[in-house]
Ligand binder design. Structure first.
Ligand SMILES: Cc1cc2nc3c(=O)[nH]c(=O)nc-3n(C[C@H](O)[C@H](O)[C@H](O)COP(=O)(O)OP(=O)(O)OC[C@H]3O[C@@H](n4cnc5c(N)ncnc54)[C@H](O)[C@@H]3O)c2cc1C
Length: 786
């Protein structure tokens, strides 16, 4: 900046620099002006300090005051000259020098050629120290900034911290018991043919996704859950593991795969009988019969029991006639419908004669082999969506479309040629829920896919944060993002949560497989975990997007695409809110049974034991204790989640009872308490997730992974307790000192886990080529070529 006003100073800059008595003051003069942060009054007070320095002669004081006159700032040229002079001594200093401004000034004198090694005058030295104190600056830092022209260059990859465990061992634990099939799919997805293409138009993207899906079918992945007789492996667990692993790749491919093999294939497998399996499963597995799962309608998404497509039995021709009564009842959002589908599993109200038997599933051809829409069927494309644009979602309308009697998927209800309906389950409602229950694998799969998507984003964000530098102390390389506490806070508790959800998901899959066809017992768990994991994913994607700054916004770095694509995981396979309300209702039902099933003695005992827990858990010693050992004690952590769930359950039951006693009907009473019910559902599923990781840590105590699992378990539990601290404070479970101690511990464990962050990410086993993002694989600016 050019000074327009003429300076009143009698001394030129060259004179100041040559002026030996003033030489030691140069750093101070520079710092006083350089940042422009000193106010007029501060400069005046420094000038008056200078004026009162007995150690300086009058001329010296006068000249110095001239250089500190707020009304007469030095020009940019003058400041530059001062800085150049100061920096001349930099080469003589060691790398890690620590000098105050006063000491730096004295060094200037010592190295001045004319001074011939003489030190600064002690009076000047003391005057300088006084002035430095008056300026209120951290002199050693200011000196470093003055002398450091450029930061040391950080060449190559930053050194990786040595992890406290083996990522390969942890990966083996996460991959089990499906390591082999996961490895196969990872290898396939790492082939160049699966490289991402980000700028395709919609039709080309859809074609690419279809091609990819066919490759998966060729490799036998689509048939994993099907009977061996039809090319499958009868391994539903392996199919779920493949779906989860696939979710690290393009989400349109994942959803297309899920629709074809999981939903369409799954509906034939679960709702059909041997005849349907024989006729269709092989073609579905090879994708020579692309199909749809047509349940949702424009008018009914969540409330499937009341959907309105009709299937009327015509006994004379032994056919069902499928029709869409009004435009409101057309099938909507149906994956694979807009382009590829040849057949659809259509859910419709079954009418036989005068009787209605509720929702049943029918196999309805919708296109010919050459892709022409069949008579009576109208298909529209849903058009551009927020994400998943590689999936051809469509709307289907049926106008008296006839299908053979055998096309009813009749595992739970059949119609004889004469028009006699029969079912092993008499109650229409029970039949409907049994039927839907067999499709619970879809929810379990979406929970796993949500987790995999969050892991992908965390992998990208953590890898980036261990390479990307911003800001830092003067004279040192800029700081890695992951060394910032705020960044650790953002990513590490979420990383711990990914492990917790993973262990819970494994438990869910185990229970599901153990109960075989009778999936009803774990429906609540599946509904809750699907909602919990998909909400976690959406929040985590946003956090990771921001954690990568602008790079997170670039399509080839994938996080923003994943966010657009997987957002809908909160909606399809059951809207999350609706699912959580189901969870709450299931908890209430169990609670009611627990009471009504007990005889008086048992009930008293139960109440007494509940009261006992309440007393011990609200014991002031417990609510106040803040030491580390207590806060990381498994009993305390597990107990806090249990307490929250139990208390929310009891208070919800009480609130409902009051409303029912006041004459509200159950629908209204429940509606009135929906906020409470949702909180209960969340507390329920979170308790299970917390128990899953605490249990995993417990099982490995004293073994290779014991320490890292213990850290992850503590971090996840404490982080969630911290997030719910309002509730725990309100209910008296925490005193404020305890809430603060929990917060501090979250911060500390996050910091401790920093050195393990990359190894934790490695244990997810996502191949670089699948991860894709150049910011995560060290190839910023490069693209994978197709
Ligand atoms: C990309 C995509 C692909 C899809 N693929 C398929 C497919 O292949 N096959 C298929 O059959 N369907 C598919 N669907 C449809 C999907 O299953 C439905 O959208 C989903 O079930 C939700 O229904 P809805 O959209 O009608 O929402 P609604 O049920 O109308 O819900 C809207 C809002 O109302 C709230 N709400 C609803 N009921 C309650 C209540 N009782 N209490 C409080 N709040 C409530 C919900 O929480 C939600 O916020 C797909 C959807 C999308 C977006």
């Amino acid at each position: 900046m050019k000074n327009t006003r003429a300076s009143k100073r009698t001394h030129s800059i060259e004179e100041l620099i040559r002026d030996r008595p003033l030489l030691p003051f140069l750093p101070l003069v520079y710092v006083a002006w350089a940042d422009g942060e000193l106010s007029h009054s501060e400069l005046e007070s420094i000038a008056s300090q200078v004026a009162s320095q007995g150690g300086l002669d009058a001329e010296c004081r006068r000249r110095l005051a001239g250089w500190l006159d707020p009304a007469d700032p030095p020009s940019a040229r003058e400041l530059g000259a001062i800085l150049r002079t100061i920096r001349q001594i930099a080469p003589a200093l060691p790398d890690d020098f620590r000098l105050t401004l006063a000491e730096l000034g004295c060094r200037l004198v010592e190295t001045d050629s004319e001074a011939q090694g003489a030190g600064a005058d002690p009076a000047v030295e003391s005057a300088l120290a006084d002035l430095e104190a008056a300026l209120g600056i951290a002199g050693t830092e200011a000196s470093r900034e003055l002398l450091t022209r450029v930061r040391p260059l950080q060449v190559g990859e930053p050194k990786r911290a040595k992890p406290s465990f083996s990522p390969a061992v942890l990966q083996a634990l996460l991959d089990a018991p499906y390591a082999e099939v996961r490895s196969r799919i990872r290898k396939l997805l790492s082939r160049p043919e699966f490289d991402y293409r980000f700028e395709l138009d919609r039709p080309s993207y859809r074609r690419l996704v279809t091609r990819w899906c066919r490759r998966l079918a060729e490799e036998g992945f689509g048939a994993l859950s099907f009977p061996r007789a039809y090319g499958g492996a009868e391994d539903l667990g392996a199919f779920i593991a493949v779906f989860e692993t696939l979710a690290h790749h393009d989400s349109s491919l994942l959803v297309k795969f899920g629709v074809q093999f999981g939903l369409f294939g799954g509906s034939v497998l679960q709702l059909g009988t041997e005849r349907h399996h024989r006729e269709y499963l092989e073609d579905i597995a090879t994708m020579s019969l692309p199909g749809c799962f047509a349940m949702s309608e424009t008018g009914h998404g969540s409330n499937v029991q009341e959907l309105e497509t009709v299937a009327r039995y015509d006994a004379e021709r032994q056919e069902f006639v499928i029709s869409t009564p009004t435009p409101h009842d057309r099938k909507d959002w149906i994956g694979n419908a807009a382009v590829d589908g040849r057949m659809a599993t259509v859910f419709a109200q079954l009418h036989v004669g005068e009787d209605e038997f509720g929702v049943h599933a029918f196999l309805v051809p919708i296109r010919s082999d050459d892709g022409e829409t069949l008579p009576g069927v109208t298909i529209e494309d849903c058009g551009l969506k927020e994400g998943l644009n590689g999936v051809d979602n469509g709307r289907i309308t049926f106008k008296d479309v006839r299908v053979a009697r055998e096309n009813l998927l009749d595992r739970f209800g059949s119609v004889s040629p004469e028009g006699e309906y029969s079912s092993d389950i008499a109650s229409p409602s029970k039949r409907f829920f049994t039927m839907l229950g067999t499709l619970v694998g879809g929810r379990i799969s979406v929970a796993g896919a949500s987790l995999a998507s969050a892991k992908t984003a965390l992998a990208i964000a953590v890898r980036y944060a261990t390479r990307r530098r911003q800001f830092g102390a003067a004279g040192r390389p800029e700081t890695l993002l992951l060394d910032y506490k705020a960044h650790q806070r953002k990513l590490l508790p979420r990383l711990a949560a990914a492990f917790a959800i993973d262990f819970a998901h494994k438990r869910l899959v185990r229970q599901f497989l153990a109960h075989g066809g009778d999936a009803r017992r774990i429906e609540t768990f599946a509904a809750g975990l699907k909602a919990y994991a998909s909400w976690f994913n959406v929040e985590t994607l946003q956090v990771c997007r921001e954690a990568c700054g602008a790079q997170g916004y670039l399509a080839q770095n994938r996080i923003c695409l994943l966010r657009d694509d997987t957002d809908v995981f909160t909606t399809f396979e059951g809207d999350n809110t609706v699912l959580m309300l189901l969870v709450a209702k299931a908890r209430l039902t169990r609670y009611r049974h627990q009471f009504s099933d007990l005889r008086l003695g048992g009930l008293v005992k139960l109440l007494a034991s509940k009261a006992l827990t309440a007393v011990s858990e609200l014991n002031p010693v417990v609510t106040r204790t803040t030491d580390d050992e207590h806060l990381q004690d498994r009993e305390f952590l597990g107990g806090a989640f249990r307490y929250r769930e139990d208390r929310l359950l009891e208070t919800l039951a009480l609130r409902l009872r009051h409303r029912l006693e006041r004459g509200m009907d159950t629908f209204e009473a429940f509606n009135d308490c929906q906020d409470h019910a949702l909180e209960l559902a969340e507390a329920h599923i979170e308790r299970i997730v917390a128990e899953a990781i605490l249990e995993a840590a417990g099982e490995h105590r004293g073994r290779d992974l014991g320490h890292i699992l213990d850290r992850l378990a503590s971090l996840f539990c404490l982080w969630r307790l911290e997030q719910r601290r309002g509730w725990f404070l309100e209910s008296g479970y925490f005193e404020s000192a305890k809430a603060k101690a929990v917060r501090n511990l979250v911060m500390r464990i996050s910091g401790e886990l920093r050195q393990d962050a990359e190894a934790l990410i490695d244990s997810f086993g996502i191949p670089d080529r699948v991860l894709g993002a150049p910011i995560a694989t060290g190839k910023v600016g490069e693209r994978f070529s197709p």
